[in-house]
Design a protein around this ligand. Structure first.
Ligand code: RAM
Length: 523
């Protein structure tokens, strides 16, 4: 997918909705975390990403006695992933300080980020996301308080230079972790299966670390509010932390910032006054309807529904403009369909299914609002007939996608979720999908794997769904995940959508959904 630049598009600011969003801004909880160990990161080809962690001290109490000179470094291990601010006391030892200290500080979620920090970076996203700082400190002793927020487990302090006359000592390192929720709020899953319980804990921790003053997609990178991610985070949140305020705030942010013709952007920057990105994704815009419908189903909040229903309706009206006379969604390359980071499969049938899925949710909302919905029911019939008559290969029992008649997993999954077939046929659809298209390949994100699992559960293939959760999310844990990742393709574990493992995010909210799936479907 390419970077979109739509600088000519103008946005409206609905100050009433944005004010509601502002008032819902949470106060963050903080917790002081002391690093647990000192470690080294060493190359190891047996490890998934080529590096392993070797402890050198089981606590940081001895740190202040260690003296560092030019080229020496130490790595602090927080013992778990955290999001927040770092501080450490630094002193000089020896002759008077006759030169500044030149210090390199690197923050890493996984060892690979430290292992490769000195390599040339050729990823597609800006290298400014790599969490490292170069600092000159003229006067020691000092308490260094790093001004930026980081997401990390490991912190490397690398002395680039002192002077031959003195050395550096570090003491009292601390990480002030923050989140808008507390893990104590979550009732443990207790599934009776240790692997599932562990997956659930890591899911909750992932969501916790992404719940800042909005639902961030990833606290390392892009640190912002993406609509597709929000939809899944909100579902997982209802099942765990149940923080109504934060979902409401994010819905108001999207609702308050549409383009002049009513379209919602795919994401919003929220560090200052909220700024909508000039990036638009067809499925993400539609998921505003889903997120609102799921929210309403959970809280029955009439005020939010009244405020945001017209914006949900606008998303549908605009999306339906791409539906032709026959009832086929004609994808527009200026409004791409995301579905997954993989570019290996045709996404047109998925788009058709997402529209059907969201029209159905919209109809529930319009019923609640007592508005005339005849035109949408008619469209739904057309979209569904097209799907069944033109995209469903009855003989094979699978959906095709695109001009070449490609058969891919994502299309079956989204059609199953959109429930275009009868329950029995839908069960069969996912049965055949497993027989013919599993083991899964070519899917790059936990986001799409979530939808595969949801489709399996929804079509009464619970055992297969649980297997997949264990094999997919469980694999990340085997590979050392403290929080779940943005991208993971088991058959090609070093996959990065941005052509660099260093820039991938390893605490990414859209991967937290086992906490939702297990609580919803585990009987
Ligand atoms: C990336 C982020 C985000 C996702 C978009 C489509 O920038 O991973 O989570 O929603 O892509």
């Amino acid at each position: 997918m390419e970077f979109q630049m739509n600088q000519k598009i103008k946005f409206k600011h609905n100050f009433e909705l944005l004010e509601k969003a502002r008032q819902l801004k949470p106060r963050l909880n903080t917790e002081k975390v002391t690093p647990k160990k000192l470690v080294r990161i060493v190359p190891n080809q047996e490890e998934l990403f080529g590096y392993s962690v070797v402890p050198i001290a089981e606590s940081v109490t001895g740190l202040s006695k260690m003296l560092f000179s030019k080229g020496q470094r130490v790595i602090l291990d927080l013992g778990d992933h955290h999001v927040g601010n770092f501080q450490v006391k630094i002193d000089s030892v020896g002759s008077p300080m006759d030169a500044p200290l030149w210090l390199h500080v690197v923050f890493a979620e996984l060892p690979v980020e430290l292992g490769t920090i000195h390599e040339e970076y050729n990823g597609l996203l800006s290298s400014s996301w790599l969490a490292e700082e170069y600092l000159h400190l003229d006067v020691l002793p000092t308490l260094l308080k790093m001004p930026r927020r980081y997401a990390c487990r490991y912190i490397m302090l690398e002395v680039l230079d002192t002077s031959p006359k003195w050395k550096v000592a570090f003491s009292d390192p601390a990480f002030i972790a923050e989140s808008s929720v507390s893990l104590d709020q979550v009732v443990k899953l207790n599934s009776g299966d240790q692997v599932l319980d562990k997956i659930d804990q890591v899911s909750c921790k992932t969501l916790h670390d992404c719940m800042q003053d909005v639902f961030e997609d990833g606290p390392k990178r892009d640190r912002r509010l993406w609509l597709g991610d929000l939809r899944l985070q909100a579902l997982a949140n209802y099942a765990t932390f149940d923080n109504q305020q934060l979902v409401k705030r994010c819905l108001y942010l999207f609702g308050g910032l549409t383009t002049e013709d009513g379209k919602i952007s795919a994401n919003i920057f929220t560090q200052t006054e909220p700024i909508p990105d000039d990036t638009f994704l067809y499925d993400y815009s539609l998921f505003f309807i889903s997120t609102l419908a799921d929210y309403f189903e959970h809280y029955q909040d009439q005020e939010v529904l009244r405020d945001l229903f017209p914006i949900a309706q606008q998303q549908l009206d605009m999306a339906l403009q791409l539906v032709n006379e026959e009832g086929e969604v004609e994808i527009d390359s200026n409004w791409p369909v995301f579905i997954d980071w993989s570019q290996e499969f045709d996404k047109s049938t998925c788009a058709q299914a997402v529209v059907i899925y969201t029209v159905k949710q919209f109809l529930e909302l319009s019923n609640e609002m007592h508005v005339e919905d005849g035109k949408y029911r008619e469209k739904l019939n057309k979209l569904t007939s097209y799907a069944i008559e033109k995209l469903y290969d009855r003989q094979r029992g699978l959906f095709i996608s695109g001009r070449e008649g490609e058969v891919n997993i994502a299309s079956q999954v989204w059609m199953a979720l959109a429930k275009v077939l009868s329950p029995a046929e839908n069960h069969q659809l996912m049965e055949i999908t497993q027989k013919e298209l599993f083991p899964i390949t070519g899917i790059a994100t936990p986001y799409m794997y979530h939808h595969v699992c949801a489709a399996l559960f929804e079509t009464q293939h619970s055992a297969a769904a649980l297997d997949l959760i264990k094999n997919y999310w469980g694999r990340m844990i085997e590979y050392g995940a403290d929080t779940f990742w943005e991208a993971f393709q088991p058959e090609n574990p070093a996959f990065s959508p941005y052509q660099s493992m260093a820039i991938n995010s390893y605490c990414h909210a859209w991967s937290c959904t086992p906490a939702y799936l297990l609580r919803k479907y585990l009987k």
